[in-house]
Design a protein around this ligand. Structure first.
Ligand code: DGI
Ligand code: FE
Ligand code: FE
Length: 195
């Protein structure tokens, strides 16, 4: 699907603020993909539609997750975690997106997961660092993203986990698993690099 058509299709489902965020995610994701040598077609589609379900009623999204037989722990954590998985179902049904890689990047864009592929990492990170975002410590993550995709994803995960912990909120297990997966590889590489 071309970029212009995709943007026109997503727009009515988003607020103006969320549409501006989506364009920021698109531009950030494309620039990361180019640097990583990844083809941009899937990156564009995943970025444009990543928050497609953001404003659907919570009950509708919960229903989809149950009916699809997906992990029901999604409905026991923050309601913010529903729009990725529910979005993939709605995008397939309403927009006709069937590409498994695009749908997986959207499914996991909020929580992350262990063993993410490049597309999944790029969408996760672009969602966090796009220019309209303003989290504490975001500048450091943006700087790291200039050098290392994994390094920046680790920082985004670490920030999110500590933000949730400081607010006494539960952390979705896959977010912790994603962090563990990447930090172990990162440390192994750095030790090798030093030795
Ligand atoms: O949809 P966006 O606002 O663009 O961003 P998002 O899909 O990353 O959603 C972010 C929200 O999800 C943010 O307020 C933190 C919240 N959240 C709640 N529990 C968890 C969580 N994020 C992660 N990664 N893990 C959680 O367990
Ligand atoms: Fe989102
Ligand atoms: Fe987003």
């Amino acid at each position: 699907m071309d970029k212009k058509t995709a943007l026109q299709l997503v727009k009515p489902h988003l607020t103006n603020h969320r549409y501006i965020h989506t364009v920021g995610v698109l531009e950030t994701a494309v620039s990361l993909a180019k640097r990583e040598g990844l083809a941009i077609e899937k990156v564009e589609t995943a970025a444009i539609f990543h928050d497609y379900a953001k404003y659907r009623p919570v009950d509708e999204m919960r229903d989809i997750i149950v009916k699809q037989g997906w992990d029901e722990k999604f409905i026991r954590y923050n309601d913010e975690l529903l729009h990725g998985p529910a979005g993939t179902y709605l995008l397939e049904k309403e927009i006709g997106i069937t590409d498994k890689e695009i749908l997986s990047a959207i499914f996991w864009h909020t929580t992350g997961k262990p063993a993410m592929n490049e597309l999944e990492k790029i969408i996760f990170l672009a969602d966090y660092i796009e220019p309209n975002r303003n989290f504490p410590g975001i500048e450091k993550v943006r700087e790291e993203a200039e050098n290392s995709l994994d390094g920046a994803v680790i920082m985004a995960l670490r920030n999110t986990i500590s933000f949730l912990m400081k607010k006494n909120q539960p952390v979705f297990p896959e977010t912790l698993f994603a962090y563990n997966d990447l930090i172990v590889k990162w440390e192994e590489q750095n030790v090798k690099g030093r030795g």
